[in-house]
Design a protein around this ligand. Structure first.
Ligand SMILES: [Zn+2]
Length: 269
């Protein structure tokens, strides 16, 4: 149980309007959030880019009985360093959600609408043809513009995630700062406990590669193992992106209004 020593930067959290349901009573607020409240926040674990070493994440998630969302670009699956289609299918069989990440990992916000539509829709069609139920999209590099959400909705998506600070709503769901090499166990825990203290509904974590000292956007497998074990042990609700979004929409009376509260990390990948 090695504890990461690095302090976390501020977490970006998704606040969902309505249904806070604060129970009145004499009990004072807990000074520390050792145990999560019943269903709040929901933690969403996301892994981007379909990187081959994410099979390690799949193994760790299975060990801890947790489900995640893997955002893959259909056009690069099977290439060197990427998951094969068979490996993505194995993740789906384990109960993980498979989401779209555009055909070629495009920087959508810099493309005209027609090109965005090709990147988003053709990618989703390809993933559906592979047999996946594809409801969630992650914008590569967190890049999108005023057209992107509408295009994604028309392509059949129910929601989308940027990276870090975002505009709000189900197609601009904000996330905690992307996990990088220096993100230790304490920082990861801090994203969750910070959300608990604020009473946020959802906290979305963004992972890329899974390996020790192999790149900037990588989580150490030991850190990930400890973090997942901590989540499972304390009973923190962990859901896929789409399940969390659907639940938030229901809890909020139909409108999953996402409001970022403090992302500082650069949006990448
Ligand atoms: Zn990416």
């Amino acid at each position: 149980m090695g504890a990461g020593r690095l302090a976390g930067v501020l977490a970006a959290l998704v606040l969902v309007a309505g249904c806070a349901a604060e129970r009145p009573g004499p009990e004072p607020a807990r000074p520390t959030a050792e145990r999560p409240t019943a269903e709040r926040p929901v933690v969403v674990l996301t892994f981007d880019d379909g990187l081959a070493r994410q099979v390690v994440a799949g193994e760790l998630l299975r060990e801890h009985g947790l489900r995640a969302t893997f955002f893959v670009s259909s056009g690069v699956l099977g290439r060197e360093g990427r998951l094969s289609v068979a490996q993505v299918r194995a993740l789906a069989r384990d109960g993980h959600e498979i989401g779209g990440h555009t055909l070629t990992h495009a920087r959508l916000g810099e493309l005209p609408p027609e090109r965005q539509e090709q990147e988003i829709c053709a990618d989703r069609r390809a993933l559906v043809a592979m047999g996946f139920e594809v409801r969630a999209l992650a914008y590569p590099y967190g890049s999108f513009d005023a057209h992107t959400a509408g295009i994604a909705a028309r392509c059949g998506y129910a929601g989308a995630r940027g990276s870090g600070r975002s505009g709000g709503g189900p197609f601009q769901v904000a996330t905690a700062p992307a996990v990088v090499r220096g993100t230790g166990l304490e920082a990861l825990r801090g994203y969750v406990t910070g959300a608990e203290r604020r009473g946020d509904a959802v906290v979305v974590l963004v992972f890329h590669d899974v390996c020790a000292r192999c790149g900037e956007y990588a989580v150490d497998p030991g850190v990930l193992d400890s973090f997942l074990g901590w989540l499972a042990e304390r009973g923190t609700p962990v859901r896929t992106f789409s399940d969390a979004l659907a639940a938030a929409g229901t809890a909020g009376g139909g409108a999953a209004v996402a409001t970022p509260t403090g992302a500082r990390a650069p949006a990448r990948r």
